[in-house]
Design a protein around this ligand. Structure first.
Ligand SMILES: *[C@@H]1O[C@H](CO)[C@@H](O)[C@H](O)[C@H]1NC(C)=O
Ligand SMILES: *[C@@H]1O[C@H](CO)[C@@H](O)[C@H](O)[C@H]1NC(C)=O
Ligand SMILES: *[C@@H]1O[C@H](CO)[C@@H](O)[C@H](O)[C@H]1NC(C)=O
Length: 451
């Protein structure tokens, strides 16, 4: 054992010595005959690579052969592939539309096939995009509508790509010029300004807006521009602290947001009102009557689906026009969102934002009058819209590149959601802006070339 170990050690020693000699002789060869070494080494390397590739190709070839044989066997047999597809289709048909077969219709002998509306779709509209009121979701519906129907959208051409001279009134030259100079759609931030609409849009333009409950709007605004810390409010309940001591904050608040108040009658301000006035004011009440006549319908965020179905009927659109992305845009959580408020705080807010409350209550009332007018048919259509919107959202989340078809119903023609629709459903504003401006500029360019 011991001798063996000793002997192995001696052998190892000699091997190292030999290898060292080999290495030094290699070094000698490298020094004296570099081109030859490179040539031989390179050839050896190439040979190794070639062998390796051959092995891979051979392996793949065998695999492919096996696959081909398997497929041929399947095709020869009971045409398994075909069977799979029909089974899949069958499963789709039986599982996808349970609600349709369960839905409580036909009612009063209504037919199931879709009846196209016997009115012309309204395609000229100005949407007053009220900040912090869910207006981005609505805007994405309008941008998609404009793009898909080849309409001309007014795009901001000033410093801010998202708005027209905000927070000032729109001014001449703040919109990208278009061929003909008339726009079908306004849906970017702009204060409501009838003169601008008359100058830039066709006379039959429908005016729309969206609002939310003034108190929720206040909370959202607080969180958006961090008023709780900027006004140095009680961190436990900043909204209550603010509303209970309004007189202390009125001064700083009145100029806080680009020289404006971020809290007082803010939604009315976007709708063109003087935010520092109160609802009892003679001039404000006249303006209120004018405004509610000019803008007969405003969507209500708390009742968005109802609002969209009313919108669809008002505009004579089809159901696919109002589908929207469920991932709420700009949705934010913050700790004081659901803090309870004292009666004093609530009452103070009513006085502070009295125009907002008057407008909100008016438009919520008119919305529900429309809903009631629609009767049972409205309820069924709303239910169908919600079901379809949830299926489309689900499809676009799980299989955004695939497609899924929907049969005709009383409320929609046969339709298929596809990859393009899924992409458009959640497309951001700046992408729409870019696509629309390319198209609109191209039109101008072509007209300049062949006048
Ligand atoms: C919009 O324009 C494209 C290209 O010119 C055309 O293929 C399409 O049918 C148009 N769509 C509508 C709704 O007019
Ligand atoms: C403001 O309101 C709070 C209640 O939220 C109250 O405790 C406090 O005394 C009021 N006054 C000032 C100056 O903060
Ligand atoms: C809007 O009006 C309806 C009907 O009067 C009412 O049920 C609903 O609560 C109101 N919505 C809000 C958010 O106040």
């Amino acid at each position: 054992m011991r001798r063996l170990t000793w002997y192995s050690f001696v052998r190892l020693f000699h091997r190292i010595k030999d290898n060292l000699a080999l290495v030094t002789s290699f070094r000698h060869l490298w020094k004296t005959n570099r081109p030859l070494v490179v040539l031989v080494g390179g050839m050896a390397l190439l040979l190794a690579l070639y062998t390796y590739l051959l092995l891979i190709i051979e392996g793949n070839y065998k695999e492919r052969q096996k696959l081909l044989i398997a497929i041929r066997n399947m095709a020869d047999g009971a045409s398994l592939l075909n069977n799979q597809r029909t089974m899949h289709e069958h499963k789709e048909r039986s599982s996808n539309f349970p609600i349709i077969t369960m839905a409580p219709f036909p009612i009063d002998g209504d037919r199931i096939e879709w009846q196209p509306p016997d009115c012309e779709p309204r395609q000229n509209f100005a949407f007053v995009k009220v900040h912090k009121a869910g207006s981005t979701t609505a805007q994405s519906i309008f941008l998609r509508y404009g793009y898909v129907h080849n309409l001309t959208v007014m795009l901001p051409g000033g410093k801010n790509p998202a708005s027209f001279s905000w927070p000032n009134l729109p001014s001449p030259g703040d919109a990208y010029p278009v061929s003909g100079g008339v726009y079908n759609i306004l849906t970017h931030h702009a204060r409501y300004h009838p003169e601008t609409l008359r100058a830039r849009m066709p006379p039959d333009t429908i005016r729309l807006a969206i609002m939310r409950h003034p108190l929720d709007h206040l909370k959202s605004m607080f969180n958006f521009i961090h008023l709780n810390t900027k006004y140095n409010l009680d961190p436990m309940n900043p909204i209550q602290n603010f509303l209970e001591n309004l007189t202390d904050y009125a001064e700083i608040d009145s100029k806080f947001y680009d020289g404006r108040s971020p809290t007082r009658n803010f939604q009315s301000f976007v709708l063109g009102f003087d935010q520092m006035k109160d609802f009892g004011d003679e001039q404000i009440e006249q303006q209120f009557r004018d405004r509610t006549t000019e803008v007969p319908f405003v969507m209500i965020l708390e009742h968005l689906d109802e609002s969209l179905v009313v919108l669809k009927r008002l505009m004579c659109w089809v159901l696919t026009d109002i589908l929207y992305d469920w991932t709420a845009r700009n949705y934010r959580r913050f700790y004081y969102k659901s803090s309870s408020l004292s009666q004093l705080a609530i009452d103070n807010h009513h006085k502070w934002s009295s125009i907002d409350y008057a407008l909100y209550e008016h438009y919520n009332r008119t919305l529900w009058e429309e809903v009631r007018k629609g009767g049972k048919d409205f309820v069924l259509e709303l239910e169908h819209f919600r079901m379809m919107n949830s299926k489309v959202n689900e499809h676009c989340r799980i299989d955004p590149k695939g497609s899924r078809s929907f049969p005709a119903t009383k409320w929609n023609a046969a339709w298929a959601v596809d990859a393009q629709f899924c992409r458009q459903l959640r497309q951001e504003r700046f992408i729409w802006d870019w696509k629309l401006s390319m198209r609109q500029n191209e039109k101008i360019r072509r007209e300049r070339l062949n006048p």
